[in-house]
Design a protein around this ligand. Structure first.
Ligand code: AHR
Length: 506
């Protein structure tokens, strides 16, 4: 029998709600045809798809990153402001397509307001200049009688946008990036961008461009850029056709965070840097099917992928001292939880854990103990590793430490500041077996019945679609606690499921 032991007094730290952030890029049908569809009967007066906005609102996204991604490294923001009909159509060399520029900075800010989220803008450090980045900050946040602030006013936006989060380039280490740089050259350039951006608005927070969290790039960039930034960005995409690899691969993020936190601590100590530096996991998701295809990255997500997403969220919660921002890549159509056509949308499997966590995760992450059977990918007989040789797998090879053994139950618990509301999130990665589990509360008792929300479906490979929008869905149930055993109860977590248990404790 598996066991979860929870002491509401043993706290790891506060969970930052910005881990539920999102990301929209000018890529495929994310912006045009997803977020923004002018002339559609489903769109509002701004051209924003209302059905998408409603579905996105339910995800309670606190911060939204834009405009890329790879796209930003060839994007000149001035193309996307001013009278729409006069904006230039440009070649987009990141995704080999065309950009109409009908959705630009003002539209993005309006979208953030409609969604109730904080904007996070990543600047162009590929073809973009320091001047351009400075001007973008001034256009958005300038309060003086200066050219770019006045341009914003001229375009009808009297009040500054107060954009707080600014990213210093996207994946500048990658050969796929327009204007890719060595770590040394990036750090040198980013310092100069950081200076003029901060001098334009000292209240902004800057995100330096990290890689995977354990690389030489990360080490060098942290070494040089740390005095100038508030966050170090990491990206991670996982996924495999093999069920067990798919559901366990997010644990790579655990290694990344351990190593990255150690590097941050080391550089801050040696350089006497007083301000904190946190990790912004500003792109993360399952993504492996639609790589190098012409599909516009329209990945269709299985139940197994939803389990991986919950595991990622558990990791961000466990590492709440390190990760303060995370942005799921992306929001609509492109590797996304929401999938549209011209007539409507459906919610992909991964939408459900995202929504449940955003709704139920409480302020404090708890240091719990879990014992369950384990699974070791090294003993996996399915096929030799790697399962499919993709560019990702070649560039970010798996290490022995990422092969397990992993607990089949992946668990986090959070409670409110007073320790009255308890939420336990459990991913049962066992493909076949329901796992009976004892849940023990230390120096606390459940004072209410327990509500369970379970994400599941007939088989780990099922996907939602327009025809079958609820193949993967959420089932809600209630369970009374035996009056005699308020501090200890049993729950059986079904095979291949994500379960959130909510209860009051005293
Ligand atoms: O999110 C899709 C792409 O993945 C982004 O454009 C890029 O930053 C990453 O490689």
């Amino acid at each position: 029998m598996a066991k979860i032991k929870i002491d509401p007094e043993r706290r790891i730290g506060s969970v930052d709600r910005r881990i539920f952030g999102g990301f929209i890029e000018h890529l495929g049908r994310c912006i045009y045809g997803g977020v923004f569809e002018e002339g559609s009967s489903l769109s509002d007066s701004h051209g924003f798809r209302s059905d998408v906005l409603d579905a996105a609102r339910t995800l309670r996204i606190p911060v939204l990153r834009w405009p890329g991604g790879n796209f930003v490294s060839g994007y000149h923001w001035t193309d996307g402001v001013g009278p729409v009909e006069q904006r230039p159509r440009r070649m987009d060399l990141a995704w080999h397509t065309e950009e109409s520029n009908r959705f630009g900075t003002d539209e993005f800010i309006e979208y953030c307001r409609s969604l109730g989220t904080e904007p996070y803008i990543c600047v162009n450090m590929g073809t973009g200049t320091m001047d351009e980045a400075q001007a973008w900050v001034e256009y958005c946040n300038g309060t003086g009688d200066t050219y770019w602030a006045n341009l914003r006013r001229r375009y009808g936006h009297e009040e500054p946008y107060k954009v707080k989060y600014w990213g210093l380039g996207n994946e500048m280490y990658g050969r796929w990036q327009i204007g890719a740089l060595s770590a040394e050259d990036y750090a040198k350039k980013a310092i100069e961008f950081a200076k003029v951006m901060k001098w334009t608005d000292p209240s902004i927070q800057l995100v330096g461009c990290g890689e995977n969290g354990w690389s030489e790039w990360d080490r060098i960039v942290l070494e040089e850029l740390s005095p100038f930034v508030d966050y170090h960005s990491l990206h991670i995409y996982t996924g495999s056709n093999d069920y067990y690899r798919n559901v366990f691969m997010p644990h790579q993020a655990e290694r990344a965070l351990n190593i990255c936190q150690a590097m941050i601590d080391s550089v801050r100590y040696r350089k006497g840097i007083d301000h904190p530096i946190y990790v912004a996991y500003d792109e993360w998701n399952v993504w492996f099917r639609e790589r190098g295809t012409e599909s516009g990255l329209e990945e269709r997500y299985t139940l197994a992928d939803a389990l991986a997403i919950a595991a990622f969220l558990n990791i961000f919660i466990r590492h709440c001292q390190t990760v303060r921002i995370a942005n799921l890549a992306q929001l609509v159509n492109v590797i996304a939880p929401i999938f549209t056509n011209r007539e409507g949308l459906f919610l992909q499997s991964i939408y459900h854990p995202l929504r449940l966590y955003a709704e139920h995760v409480q302020e404090a992450a708890l240091d719990i103990s879990v014992s369950s059977d384990t699974y070791d990918l090294r003993e996996d007989k399915v096929a030799s590793w790697p399962h499919s040789v993709t560019e990702l797998e070649l560039s970010r090879p798996y290490r022995v430490a990422d092969l397990g053994p992993f607990k089949l139950l992946d668990v986090t618990a959070t409670c409110d500041a007073h320790g009255h509301e308890l939420m336990v999130a459990v991913v049962n990665r066992d493909r076949e077996r329901d796992l009976a589990t004892t849940i023990e509360l230390v120096d606390a008792v459940a004072t209410s019945g327990i509500v369970a929300y379970e994400v599941n479906g007939g088989d780990p490979s099922v996907v939602n679609s327009f025809e079958h929008p609820q193949s993967v869905d959420v089932r809600e149930s209630r369970m009374d606690v035996d009056r005699e055993r308020l501090d200890c109860f049993e729950y059986t977590f079904p095979a291949h499921s994500v379960t959130i248990l909510r209860m009051q404790v005293g």
